[in-house]
Structure formats: C-alpha cells, structure tokens
Design a protein around this ligand. Structure first.
Ligand code: SF4
Length: 497
C-alpha cells in the first residue's frame, strides 16, 4: 500500500485534496493506496507509523510553500528518522520549483516535478523491480540522488485532462470538506481542476515557470458531467475552479456554462482581463445566468511599461482593467482584481502610489470590485527578466529546507511579506495603510458576517481618509476591524465564507 499525504495547508475553508485524488485516479487498479489529510485534524505521523508497521513502504507528499512546506518537512524528518527504509517522495508546486534544495535534505528520497502522475507509477514499478520497469534515469519528471549526486530527468509532459478518469472521491469523506458553511458562492463548496497550465509566460508567475506556455483543458462536456455528478452525489452548491487560467478558451467556457445552467450552483475561476474582454456578450450573459459569481484576475499594475517588463503578454493594459470593471458591473459578475506592487523598478515609491490611485479609479467605476494587493515575490524562473532584476538587486532563495521553514521565510510565498531588499518598511506602511482604509470604505461583499450596521460603521470610519487620501496610521480602523472580526479576504480568499 502507498500512503499519500496532504500536510496541513489551511486553518479553515480547505477543499478536497484534488492533487492527491488525481494521483489516486491513476493508482486505482494498480496499487493500493490511502489518503491522509492533516486538514481534517488527523496526525499524519501517527497515521503513517501505523501504516508502515502494516507494510507501507512509499509515502507521497504534496507540498505547497509556507504552512504546508513546514508540515511536509516535519513529517518527512520524523518518518525518515524512525523508518529509514521508507521512501519519501515529494511532489507539487514547491518541490517542482526547488528540487535541488529539497533533495539536499536527507529526509526526502525523490522529487516528482509538474504533473507526474504516470511518472509516480513508473517510479513505484521501478522500486518494486517489476518486469519491464524503467530505470530511475528514464522516468520523466523525476529528480533523485545517487551516491550523493542529484540528477534531474527530462520534464514530464502535462497529461491531457480529458484522459484523467473521474476522481476517486470515495477515498475521502467528501462531506467533511463540504460542511464548512456557506461561502460567497453558495453552500457546500467544492474545489475542482478543469485544466492545467496557462498559454502565457508572465515573468513573475510560477505557473509560467512550470508549464512554459502550455495549457490543456478538460472538455466542457466532461467538466460539466463531473460537476453534475458532484451535484447529484454530494449535493454541492458551489464550485471553485482552481485552474491557473479557467477562461482560456471562450467556446469551452460557453459550452460549460450552457451545460450547468439551471443546476443552481455558484462558481468562480481565474482569468486574464484581456481574454474575457474579447468574449462575446452572449458568453458573458450565459456565464452570469449559469452562476458565475466572481472571477479572479491578475490585474498586476496600471503601469503599461511595467506590464511589458513583467512579460504580461497579450493585449492587457490599464484601459483593459477599467473596461473590465465596467463590463463586470453590467453582468453582475464580481471582478476580483489582484495587483502586484513593489516590483524591482527604478522608483518603487512612485510606482506604488500610481497603482493605489488607479485602484481608486476602478472602485469608482465598480464599487463591488474586490481588490487584492500583493507584493512582488520573485519566482524561481531563470529565464525571466523580473527574476534577473530581483537577483541583481540582491535577492536570493534559501539554500536548504531548514532555512525555508525558519520563521524568517515562513510567509515568503504568501506574497505579503517578501524578503526583497528594495522594499523598505515605509513601502509596506504605504500599502497596508491604504489597504486598511480601502477595506473600511468598501468592506468586502464576500464576508457574509459584515452586514448592516457593521458595514455602515466601517464605511464611516474609512470615509474621510479615503476621500482626502490620508492613510497614515489608521489605528481607529484597525481597532474597529479587529472588534468586528473583519476577515482579510485579500489573504484568505474572497470566495471563502
Ligand atoms: S496569465 Fe496568469 S496564470 Fe498565466 S502566466 Fe500570466 S500570471 Fe500566470
């Protein structure tokens, strides 16, 4: 039997572990496996110790940065120390971006990069010595070490999502994930992946670093049939499409929306502003009718020159964002616009202030628009100008897992606290003070608890500051937000409850 582990990744509002279920879909009928999800409150180390005593030899761990990385490291260290013969295999975003750092650790044996579901099976076949199994150096997407030397095989091509069988939901207690209360999208929200990658090559984006401009989508028909199945079997009320770019192909979106129209589910996904601005009015209309309530967009910046440095590609510019705010308002689909501030430019303060003014323009057009402000964190994307500029300005990554899990680096990939040398404390102050004021004057609609007098109170507190552009030391707002338990959707997600 194989154990697949999802280390704790969120304190609340977590979703079914889709990456492990996808791996499970390929293991079905080949190897026995079980899924351990720490998000459900189980202790992975205790569970694994019991499984190992019953014969488990291989442990696959999915690893995102920050909280999940810390958990994955702790689990691997404990298990490898107690059971040195057990093979520990890391996959997911973090090891895909930092395979050398991961394999330098004595607690991890293998890294599988990208979508390596077939490679996982080939690795198991090889380790089990099955007849005809590939040698380690022939397995695509695998990084491994031999006599202390780390080797990286050629990358594994993403799997056509149409070839992925329906996920083995019976392997997890789906109800436990759905019973987290109502979200802005509706009750019983599930996460779903309908595509992999993205056709663009934005120089600040890890997706571009991993997929290098490749995008593959599950057909509208299969996607809709899965959603209908989930509605019938688990009575889902809402779907978060966790695709990197759900809205790449207009026809797929149109056909999907038509197929689920009338099901009564709310849905959310990520898009590029310039792509959806090219969609026809018919497509916007059917999206709205079929329950698309909110779309997350990478707005990045209002500075068109900076967009070029970012290699944003496509036709996006500041005007696209203003037009998008207008169009979204017309169709009642909330735009969730994420800006990346604090880029490595020649005048960081000026660029931040310009974007903050632009955000106010967006809000004036569409007050329902949700604004997410991130600070630029370099991604390990060697061939991007942004990455090079960051290195020239003195940024570098930790060289060991121990350093990655140290308090200093814990929040790095939340893009709220990057350790970039050109961002000074006063830059953070400008951004955070503006954010506090913005969130007071325009409390998010997605926090279902902030309604009525609470909303009016916040707006009153933020009003004079917002109107006079005076954001310094907004202590009264911070105190009120604390008392009202104002959730920070810009950190926790707007679609969450
Ligand atoms: S469009 Fe979005 S997902 Fe695609 S590369 Fe650019 S930032 Fe990444």
């Amino acid at each position: 039997m194989i154990a697949l582990v999802n280390p704790k990744s969120a304190n609340w509002g977590f979703r079914v572990p889709n990456s492990l279920l996808t791996l499970g879909a390929f293991l079905e009928g080949r190897y026995d496996y079980t899924i351990i999800d720490e998000n459900l409150g189980v202790n992975a180390v205790n569970g694994l110790a019991k499984l190992i005593q019953n014969g488990v030899k291989y442990i696959g761990i999915t690893v995102m940065p920050a909280l999940q990385l810390r958990g994955a490291y702790a689990i691997s260290k404990e298990i490898k120390t107690r059971f040195p013969d057990v093979k520990i295999i890391w996959g997911g975003y973090f090891p895909s971006m930092h395979p050398n750092t991961v394999l330098k650790s004595p607690y991890i044996d293998f890294v599988l990069k990208g979508h390596a579901e077939y490679s996982f099976i080939e690795l198991l076949d090889s380790l089990e010595g099955k007849p005809g199994a590939k040698a380690l150096n022939q397995i695509a997407g695998l990084s491994f070490k031999h006599d202390g030397v780390i080797s990286h095989n050629q990358k594994a091509e993403p799997i056509d999502p149409d070839l992925i069988p329906r996920l083995p939901y019976h392997k997890v207690d789906v109800d436990k994930y759905l019973n987290f209360g109502k979200t802005y999208l509706g009750p019983r929200t599930i996460g779903y992946h309908s595509s992999v990658g993205c056709p663009f090559l934005c120089g600040f984006c890890a997706v571009a670093g991993i997929y290098k401009g490749k995008w593959l989508g599950r057909s509208a028909e299969l996607t809709a049939s899965d959603i209908i199945f989930l509605k019938e079997k688990y009575n889902i009320g809402a779907v978060e499409f966790h695709d990197n770019n759900f809205f790449v192909a207009e026809k797929r979106v149109y056909d999907f929306a038509k197929a689920v129209n009338g099901l009564g589910i709310g849905w959310w996904g990520e898009a590029r502003p310039d792509t959806v601005m090219k969609f026809s009015d018919d497509t916007w209309q059917i999206m709205a009718e079929a329950g698309c309530k909110m779309i997350f967009y990478g707005a990045e910046t209002s500075n068109d020159e900076l967009l070029k440095l970012m290699h944003k590609g496509g036709t996006q510019n500041a005007q696209t964002l203003l037009d998008l705010a207008e169009k979204s308002k017309k169709y009642g689909i909330v735009p969730e616009l994420s800006f990346v501030l604090g880029n490595p430019t020649d005048n960081v303060t000026r660029d931040i202030e310009t974007d903050l003014k632009f955000i106010k323009k967006i809000k004036a057009i569409n007050p329902a628009a949700e604004i997410v402000i991130y600070t630029y964190s370099p991604v390990n994307f060697e061939d991007s100008e942004m990455s090079l500029a960051a290195k020239l300005k003195g940024f570098d990554y930790p060289k060991s897992l121990e350093e990655w899990v140290s308090p200093k680096w814990q929040n790095f990939d939340l893009r709220k606290n990057p350790l970039t040398p050109w961002l000074k404390p006063h830059h953070f102050k400008i951004i955070r003070n503006f954010e506090k004021t913005l969130n007071a004057y325009y409390p998010t609609n997605s926090d279902l608890k902030i309604r009525g007098w609470k909303r009016s109170l916040l707006q009153l507190m933020g009003s004079w500051r917002y109107k006079t552009d005076f954001y310094t030391a907004p202590y009264e707002i911070m105190l009120t937000q604390k008392l009202l338990k104002y959730r920070q959707p810009e950190i926790e997600g707007f679609a969450q409850s």
